[in-house]
Write a protein of this length. Structure first.
Length: 235
């Protein structure tokens, strides 16, 4: 998954750099890339920004997927379910994410072909994302689940990210998006992804790796009222 993230960084960052160079030339050297009064296009700025902006979401969340793929098998006491499919889904997300950026721009006046293409590509990217959720659920199914703190954060992540994905598919429907553009529904979708998704997995990773890094696991002692780490906490 980190190889996938590295690939997305290499591909997605140059358009943002190009946009920053162009707007700097507009402001300081009299270029007219985005000046609509001089034949430029403000929508061009949006295209450049979102060509970076949407892969950036996956640059942020895929490390969270990696943490969940580490924590869930450990606390389910099972190998991860469908590892080759999980890898393939990650690669599919990387490639498809490069072709969905303009679903942020359904209200700017694109033609019907553009709206249709980006609506379909946005719905398609839900497929490999859904596969990953089923991989994690399949890993837990039949496992001897230990509800330690890292696992609890991952369970919260699964529920929150499911809502994030479902609202994303809803916003992929162009007429629905027209009605809700710039509303708090879109804000909620975004925060279900980056708070319920990314932040929960970051906490899961901290609570999972901190005892391994420092040899201390005091969270269980707080919960039980004991003065030291219990045998199960140090396992």
């Amino acid at each position: 998954m980190f190889i996938v993230v590295a690939f997305l960084v290499v591909i997605a960052m140059p358009p943002l750099s190009a946009a920053q160079i162009m707007i700097s030339l507009d402001r300081y050297m009299g270029a007219k890339f985005f000046d609509t009064q001089a034949g430029g296009s403000a929508v061009l700025w949006q295209h450049f920004f979102w060509i970076f902006g949407h892969p950036e979401v996956y640059i942020l969340i895929i490390p969270g997927f990696a943490i969940a793929s580490e924590v869930i098998p450990v606390f389910s006491r099972k190998p991860i379910f469908g590892y080759p499919v999980m890898v393939a889904a990650s690669v599919m997300i990387a490639f498809i994410s490069l072709g969905v950026w303009a679903h942020h721009m359904f209200t700017v006046g694109m033609n019907s072909f553009g709206n249709t293409f980006f609506a379909i590509s946005t719905m398609i990217i839900a497929v490999p994302t859904g596969i990953k959720i089923f991989n994690w659920l399949g890993t837990m199914y039949g496992g001897k689940i230990r509800f330690e703190l890292p696992m609890m954060f991952c369970l919260g992540f699964l529920f929150q990210f499911l809502i994030a994905g479902l609202t994303g598919v809803m916003l992929a429907v162009t007429p629905f998006d027209w009605q809700l553009s710039d509303s708090y529904f879109v804000v909620a979708h975004f925060h279900y992804v980056l708070i319920g998704g990314l932040l929960y997995t970051i906490f899961a990773g901290i609570y999972y790796w901190y005892p391994k890094a420092f040899g201390r696991c005091s969270a269980r002692s707080w919960a039980t009222g004991t003065s030291g780490s219990s045998p199960s906490a140090s396992t």
